[in-house]
Write a protein that binds this ligand. Sequence first.
Ligand code: HEC
Length: 152
Amino acid sequence: MSTGKKVLIGIVVLLVIIQFIRPERNIHPEPQPNDIFVKYAASDSVKAIMKRACYDCHSNNTRYPWYTNIQPIGFWMEHHVDEGKSKINYSEFLTYTPKKAAHKLEESVDLVKKKEMPLDSYTWIHKDAVLSDNQRALISAWADSLKNQIRP
Ligand code: HEC
């Protein structure tokens, strides 16, 4: 057998094996008591946009479309969720000090305006999380006014 063929078979075997490794899922009972929307008002549009475009990586509940069952897509998603949640978790928002909460909202406004969030690598697959300029303006205006309300 040629080396090329051996390498190819090796890759296929590896891909089959990793299908059996299941990363733990980020799913918790709803509603989350410390979720930002439990305490702070927002329009239905703002809530819907945030849930669709941000909550998969920044909350205690991620949606798992069928393709996240395929490895390594599942690992990649898990990595983003872990990192995203560690930076800001909107499901734990009410546990933040006013200083931290205001700062995280400021960052949210900034990253949404600069189109750094949601991550490109994510919207590339999750087409429903692609945001229009209007939607960006809507959620950044909401986050900005909430920041001013919370700022200690
Ligand atoms: C695919 C997962 C994913 C999605 C979806 C996503 N983020 Fe993020 N976010 C991350 C990751 C990973 C980081 C940390 C690395 C970085 O800053 O690039 C991050 C960082 C952040 C930070 C920085 C927090 C800090 O203090 O450093 C904010 C704020 C943020 N995201 C807001 C949002 C908002 C608002 C949305 C929706 C419009 C969103 N993100 C959508 C994964 C995601």
